[in-house]
Design a protein around this ligand. Sequence first.
Ligand code: CP
Length: 308
Amino acid sequence: MAVGSRLRHIIESQQFSRALLEELFVLADDMKSQPHRYAGRLKGQLMAALFYEPSTRTRLSFEAAMLRLGGRTMGTDNAREFSSAAKGETIEDTVRIVSGYSDVIVLRHYEEGAARRAAAVSSVPVINAGDGPGQHPTQALLDLYTIRDEIGHVDGIRIAMVGDLANGRTVRSLTYLLSKFRDIRVSFVAPSQVAMRQDIKDHLDEHRVPWTEAQDLDAVLPQVDVVYQTRIQKERFPDEASYLEVKGIYRIDARAMSMLQKTAIVMHPLPRVDEISPEIDSDPRAAYFRQARNGMYIRMALLDRVLS
Ligand code: CP
């Protein structure tokens, strides 16, 4: 995908080159500092949001991004229940229909691979807004943008990914992006039941990115620039008992913050449950609300590159 070219489907993080990432970040910077310049950019374009799983940030930041660029939106939340999926329609048939009504489809689905299946039959670009435990590439873009914004650079960072790494599509997508940068070191901190999957470790090995696995978060905290905390995803466990085995295992609170470097940051894709204590929200190192806001600017830049 050449720099300057129009983007088509956004399915996985691997499709972004470093040059394309830098270009998107520069555009997002400009949209953030001079939003009025872009107000009518996507006038006449229509975004369809098909969400088969719950969402606050992704759904509304895409909608805000499209509206701020002068476009319009339509869509269905809880599409499992409120679209014809409830009558047995396949994702392929739904996407064939909706691509005839819209200029871009933003799709969140509960099955890994759903976005790829949708793209295969769509006549308009499909943007993966999370496919089960698979990937969440636009979250990874905003995560990387936030690291660059907060730390000042991506090369050379040490990052701890913490929590439910087996089910966490955001950590999977972010790891793919980080492997495009230099001197990155990754620590996976997770209980064995939800350890990072082997395909991501193999990917890091192939790209010569050093990684370690740990279960002792306290030992890792003083060594990193970024703590990327994640929620234990109750909805992806086979039963309540296996969820309860790992629930609440890692918590970032005032005690944890005291072990963190003064220049480090705490990120989280959100929503949080109990893994970040609200007592640290006012700590300047708590970057997760700024991170969520960055999502709107990154999605503005992405929609612009897909539709302009
Ligand atoms: N980070 C994220 O995907 O949040 P939502 O589930 O609210 O969209």
